[in-house]
Design a protein around this ligand. Structure first.
Ligand SMILES: *Cc1c(COP(=O)(O)O)cnc(C)c1O
Length: 297
């Protein structure tokens, strides 16, 4: 079975008055263009996971997510594309929204699960699919060593060396993959993660577990805007302005917060003049659809 996608993810310059004034060269790697639904880091995290499922002869992907999960949607679309069956456990009572519509459209079966049972994913999996020898467990958000392994390949694609890489963090799998890729290349690039969740320092433990070699990195934990999925009018204004000025869609959950952090740090002279900075666009632009009412149009 051919479990691959042709990766189209160009690195493009991101130019504006702020970066010019501060003497910064900023670029954005467009992982959002990899696939309309299996976008960004979600494809990279699924690649070796699907290969492992296939190697074990398992053709039913079982995974987990909230009602707005980009991972659920990406898994549904990847399953459809590569001929797997898919089931998604959705946290919370039954709802319908654009994300779940896309999951169902790609043939994913959804099982709504109360928050209490949702906590123990392995028990849920055993209870429903313990007897299904075809079922393959994929953790929430695609968090896994295979996930990080797929993300590390992003570094092989870079056309030059940067002083900094910026990336949004949820489970930290993408961060770990990028750091591992930098280590493999012996790269001096500093990794800067921007956690989308409050209390982002907990993430350090999760990232460290997935590192192939211990490494230093920076987490900018002050840009969660109240917590996961939370926004402020200031963040929404930034996103509106960014999209209208660049033609690049970003979302309020992940990439919006990460880019806000970069612009804010640049304005506060955090970076040396002449620094080269690469931003990873991790995709997930459909997250915008769950937040339309915040934009007040
Ligand atoms: C899922 C997601 C992330 C978080 O990735 P992790 O590997 O869980 O840290 C970041 N950005 C976007 C757009 C995402 O959809």
């Amino acid at each position: 079975m051919d479990l691959s996608l042709d990766i189209y993810s160009p690195v493009q310059p991101l130019q504006n008055q702020l970066f010019a004034d501060k003497g910064l060269q900023v670029y954005i790697k467009r992982d959002d263009l990899i696939h309309p639904i299996i976008s960004g880091n979600k494809w990279r995290k699924l690649k070796y996971t699907l290969q492992e499922a296939n190697r074990q002869g398992k053709h039913h992907l079982v995974t987990f997510g909230g009602a707005y999960s980009n991972h659920l949607m990406a898994t549904a679309a990847a399953a459809a594309k590569f001929g797997f069956k898919a089931t998604g456990f959705v946290r919370g009572e039954e709802v319908s929204n654009d994300t779940l519509f896309m999951c169902r459209l790609h043939g994913m079966q959804l099982i709504f699960t109360d928050r209490e049972s949702y906590r123990d994913k392995h028990t849920l999996f055993e209870k429903h699919f313990g007897n299904d020898t075809n079922a393959f467990f994929i953790d929430e958000g695609g968090a896994s060593i295979e996930g990080a392994q797929g993300v590390a390949e992003l570094i092989d694609e870079l056309p030059q060396t940067y002083d900094h890489i910026f990336c949004a963090c949820g489970t930290g799998t993408t961060a770990a993959g990028i750091i591992n890729g930098l280590t493999t290349h012996g790269s001096p690039t500093a990794f800067n993660g921007v956690p989308a969740l409050k209390g982002g320092d907990f993430l350090r433990e999760d990232i460290d577990k997935m590192l192939t070699t211990p490494a230093d990195y920076v987490l900018h934990t002050g840009y969660h805007f109240g917590g996961y999925g939370k926004t402020t009018p200031d963040l929404i204004d930034f996103i509106k302005k960014f999209i209208a000025e660049t033609g690049i869609l970003i979302d309020p959950v992940y990439t919006g917060k990460m880019l806000y952090a970069l612009y804010d740090l640049a304005a506060k002279d955090h970076f040396a003049r002449g620094s080269k900075i690469l931003v990873i666009h991790t995709g997930g632009v459909w997250g915008l659809l769950g937040m339309k009412e915040k934009f007040g149009f």
